[in-house]
Design a protein around this ligand. Structure first.
Ligand code: ATP
Ligand code: MG
Ligand code: MG
Ligand code: MG
Length: 474
């Protein structure tokens, strides 16, 4: 039953449609209503204003299969790709939403019914977490659903830890948020990892599949939390993670969608070992890059465009590592369209734009990639210790178009880190040299009136954080 990822997506939407939910299309990866959010990172983004009470819909229950990218900003999984079985830069989040309609009881009941009756997952493979003081959710799981108390784990908000579970969900630094309850699947004792809340939770044995957020607050810029007009529900289940379970494989990278993409990448590049980690990275990155271009992002040197450029360049470097001698990345787009089924509608409509943009970026980077890697290899061969100096990383960035994270990605494969502070110093020094050189030009403009304004000024190139700043405008 539900052997393919596409069938599973349809089954989820149909289950919630039958339970009174409006099926709503995935929104764009570029959030239409929120300049502080880098990319759509959860199903709830398109409903943010509905949760806040600023937007009304004709329905109070909705369900979606939302395309998401987590490659910058608050939720950034770029560096997990290739290292965990469960993280992608691009993934689909299946969700059901209640806008002031049902709350904890029904949200928990729907999720449990879908998993154990519709998908027939064995109950003993599942365990759940609740927010540390959420006795109401604890009791629903325990008394109504019948989960033994020892399989219900109380979790706090684990600020700062990169993967550690955190049962207080927030979209960003401000906006709707609330306590959650999460459902985990045990992939078996042969895989390293521990239950949520244990020191081994970062492993891939107990994989989080579904997060159910009880949306109750609106976090303000000063950190305070105001109650939302009506308690609501927002849930998110990773399609690829539930697909792995249904297809009886452990890693997301072994499901149909990825098997086909990986085989195609291997064929194009001419690789025989399908287990190569770089193939997984390429298969992951083609999804985020193609869908980002389809949603109107173009590679560039700032903001969203720079995040896209960084991901494309990382993919191209992995192809080079596998021995690619020709452009390969854009050639995966037709296969991607095939494997994504219904979710590829917008990508299909923009296929040639996407292919051309990816091809142009790969060709541009190919001109400096080999020489840059030669310099990096040389520096690493001469390295004493395990930290690459910021000067070299900056030279690679400035002259050879190596984003800092790409250099870090290469170094990490050899257990070396990059001196990021040193990189920043080199960057600042170059900026001040450029400013000094621009002094004459600035003098020509003396006397032009400037005034100060508050303005959204894009994203930090490295962290992807949105910034609002005072800027001078002419
Ligand atoms: P994790 O702890 O595994 O990083 P998360 O707690 O950050 O996941 P949520 O923000 O709760 O994830 O998102 C809801 C669901 O989306 C998760 O339960 C998971 O199934 C899925 N998901 C989250 N991040 C990814 C990702 N990078 N790739 C694939 N699926 C993901
Ligand atoms: Mg995460
Ligand atoms: Mg988590
Ligand atoms: Mg979660």
């Amino acid at each position: 039953m539900y052997q393919t990822t596409a069938a599973l997506r349809s089954a989820f939407l149909e289950f919630f449609r039958k339970n009174g939910h409006q099926v709503v299309d995935s929104s764009s990866l570029v959030p239409g209503n929120d300049p502080t959010l880098l990319f759509t990172n959860a199903g709830m983004n398109q409903f943010k204003d509905v949760f806040l009470g600023n937007d009304k819909r004709s329905y109070s229950r909705a369900t979606t299969a939302q395309r998401c990218v987590r490659a910058g900003g608050k939720h950034n999984d770029l560096d997990n790709v290739g290292y965990t079985a469960r993280h992608h830069t691009f993934f689909e989040m299946l969700g059901n939403f209640s806008f002031g309609d049902y709350f904890k009881h029904d949200a928990i009941r729907f999720a449990w019914t879908f998993l154990t009756e519709e998908l027939k997952l064995p109950k003993e493979k599942l365990c759940v977490t609740v927010y540390q003081n959420d006795d109401e959710a604890f009791n629903i799981w325990n008394k109504e659903i019948g989960i033994p108390a020892e399989d219900i784990i109380r979790i706090g908000d684990n600020k700062g830890a990169p993967y550690a579970s955190d049962n207080f969900w927030q979209m960003g630094d401000t906006g709707p948020c609330g306590p959650c309850t999460e459902i985990f699947y045990d992939h078996g004792a042969h895989i390293w990892g521990g239950r949520p809340g244990t020191p081994e939770e970062d492993g891939d044995r107990f994989i989080e599949i579904w997060n159910i957020v009880f949306m109750q607050f609106n976090r303000q810029a000063d950190g305070s939390m105001l109650p939302l007009p009506k308690p609501s529900v927002d849930t998110g289940m990773g399609l690829e993670r539930i697909s792995a379970i249904m297809q009886k494989v452990h890693s997301n990278y072994e499901i149909d969608v990825f098997k086909i993409l990986i085989a195609k990448a291997a064929e194009i590049i001419g690789v025989s070992d399908l287990e190569e980690k770089s193939l997984r990275v390429i298969a992951d990155h083609i999804r985020s890059c193609a869908f980002l271009v389809a949603d109107g992002v173009m590679p560039s040197n700032e903001g969203r465009g720079y995040v896209l450029r960084r991901i494309i360049r990382r993919a191209v470097r992995h192809g080079y590592k596998l021995g690619a001698t020709d452009t390969f990345f854009y050639k995966l787009v037709p296969t991607l369209i095939e494997v994504m089924g219904d979710a590829a509608k917008d990508l299909k409509a923009t296929q040639s734009v996407v292919e051309n943009a990816l091809k142009a970026e790969e060709e541009q980077f190919a001109r400096t990639l080999e020489r840059g890697l030669g310099i990096l290899d040389g520096a690493l061969a001469d390295l004493k210790g395990d930290v690459l100096d910021g000067e070299t990383a900056f030279k690679l960035y400035d002259t050879y178009g190596f984003p800092l994270d790409l250099t870090a990605d290469v170094c990490r494969e050899r257990n070396i880190t990059v001196d990021e502070a040193g990189f920043d110093v080199a960057m600042a020094a170059q900026r001040s040299r450029a400013q000094a050189a621009g002094q004459f030009a600035a003098d020509y403009n003396a006397g032009i009136k400037t005034d100060i304004n508050s303005h959204f000024c894009g994203y930090d190139a490295l962290t992807g954080e949105g910034k609002v700043q005072a800027i001078y405008v002419n």
